[in-house]
Ligand binder design. Structure first.
Ligand code: FMN
Length: 455
């Protein structure tokens, strides 16, 4: 038996969380649940043959075969990179013009179909790693300015970035996002989400920590967010809103770091996102330098969502654009409360849905009051990230059908103390492997192969 939070779900849960959401360009999400972007790191990665890099594999299709039967309103892919040399991690899925092949198109077409099985909208999260690209992939990545990320991730640092010229902003960023958006449209996805949060390239432009430019892409808030608005307009030139194709954005509500984006900045930026016509904005926070997927302030602990107080400040800006809030939701009670108080319209879920891929379905059926209450260290995002990636690898081992239509088949139950203890040992082994590989200059995907107790 899995352990859950013991707060009862309110009577109104089904009616409130099961409500449809209408987007400005016309499509509906069948309910308020969003499967947040979770990097899978399960795509082809071959240093010697970059053309095949980032082709989604059968494992990815298997993972989404489970979520495609979980009754989400909208399912985001993990971050899909628009540049083959700017990644979040080896094994990322990618869409880029130099890598155009029938096999890639077929894989994306199947990916969209798999997601949409039980009525969810399928949306690709598009990203560019910028200065957060692993040094093994690129020693001189592009960024807004030459501010290096002074941090090591899995024993490897980051290269000093090269500021993009104005011309390169067009050719290396805007054109690549447009190419990938068109690709998503042609392969049957319902939309794209630009990844403008967590310190990746677009956030490197919006954040004063990393944007030191003095041209029209730096300085004022309007200048710092210009690149995002230009990408939006360029996509809409190719795929107008009348097609119903969604264009959304994930943005930081706050960055919690020196000179970082503040909630006041976020309010200003969101006014422009509403005005230009984004279909949805997902509010998040933090960067690689200052991770924020835990309670940094005590004031939100009771209400669960990490960025709730910032969402409440930003929310009134939006009239047409649909707002999702992601990060920290664990009980149905808190989800309903966040909708009722008007802090958000949609509920984004990340780690809880690798533990339980059909959590929305169970909530809407009224069979569970909360997510699984795992026994992992809640203040250690690195551990819970590895746990989620481990569960995604487990989801990827078989299709929904092969798993006897049990989306939780073979998943580790991290609410079980013994499993967590065993996983701790697997993490130690993984860290040692990562250290050895890093000393050889090789970055490996953060995916642990681990056998768990079935849920
Ligand atoms: C394994 C893992 C992978 C993630 N990958 C992405 C990603 O590709 N893109 C993104 O925007 N956020 C990513 N995130 C952040 C999540 O989308 C989400 O914002 C965060 O986990 C907080 O939500 P939660 O508390 O429900 O997990 C990732 C988080 C985890 C745990």
């Amino acid at each position: 038996m899995v352990r859950r939070f013991s707060i009862a779900a309110p009577e109104s849960a089904k009616a409130i969380l099961g409500e449809r959401l209408k987007f400005p360009s016309g499509k509906y999400a069948q309910n308020r649940f969003l499967k947040a972007a979770l990097t899978e790191m399960l795509s082809v990665f071959d240093h010697s043959n970059p053309k095949v890099n980032g082709v989604p594999t059968q494992e990815i299709l298997n993972v989404y075969d489970k979520w495609g039967n979980g009754k989400f309103g909208l399912v985001l892919t993990g971050n899909v990179q628009v540049s083959p040399v700017h990644l979040e991690a080896p094994g990322n899925a990618m869409i880029f013009k130099e890598g155009e092949t029938p096999a890639r198109r077929e894989a994306y077409t199947k990916w969209a179909q798999t997601i949409k099985q039980d009525g969810a909208l399928a949306v690709v999260q598009l990203s560019h790693g910028g200065r957060q690209t692993p040094i093994t992939v690129n020693t001189t990545p592009f960024s807004a300015s030459d501010v290096k990320l002074e941090k090591e991730v899995r024993f490897l640092g980051f290269g000093k970035p090269i500021p993009l010229t104005v011309e390169q902003i067009k050719t290396e960023v805007i054109d690549r996002f447009v190419y990938a958006a068109k690709y998503a449209y042609e392969t049957g996805f319902d939309g794209v989400q630009l990844h403008g949060a967590h310190g990746y390239l677009l956030a490197q432009f919006t954040s004063p920590t990393t944007n030191k430019r003095t041209d029209r892409y730096g300085g004022s808030i309007a200048n710092r967010q210009r690149i995002i608005l230009e990408i939006y307009e360029a996509i809409r030139k190719e795929i107008p809103a009348s097609t119903g194709f969604l264009v959304g954005l994930k943005t930081n509500s706050v960055e919690f770091q020196s000179e970082g984006t503040t909630a006041d900045d976020a309010v200003e930026m969101c006014k422009a996102y509403e005005k230009i016509g984004f279909d949805f904005v997902e509010l998040s926070g933090g960067t690689y330098e200052q991770l924020a997927f835990q309670h940094i302030r005590d004031s939100t602990r009771q209400r669960e969502a990490f960025f709730l107080e910032f969402a409440e400040k930003i929310r009134p800006v939006f009239k047409n654009t649909v707002v999702y809030l992601t990060g920290g939701f664990r009980t149905v009670n808190a989800m309903v409360d966040a909708v009722k108080t008007g802090a958000t319209q949609g509920i984004g879920l990340g780690r809880p849905i690798t533990a339980e891929p059909d959590l929305p379905k169970k909530i809407l059926e009224g069979s569970v009051p909360s997510a699984i209450h795992d026994a992992l260290d809640q203040n250690n995002f690195a551990v819970s990230l590895l746990a989620s990636n481990t569960q995604m690898e487990q989801m990827g081992r078989n299709s929904f059908k092969e798993a006897n239509q049990n989306v939780s088949y073979g998943l580790s139950d991290f609410s079980d103390e013994e499993t967590v203890k065993r996983f701790g040992k697997a993490i130690e082994d993984f860290i040692e492997l990562t250290r050895v590989q890093a000393s050889k200059g090789v970055a490996i995907p953060a995916v642990i192969t681990f056998e768990g107790v079935n849920v």
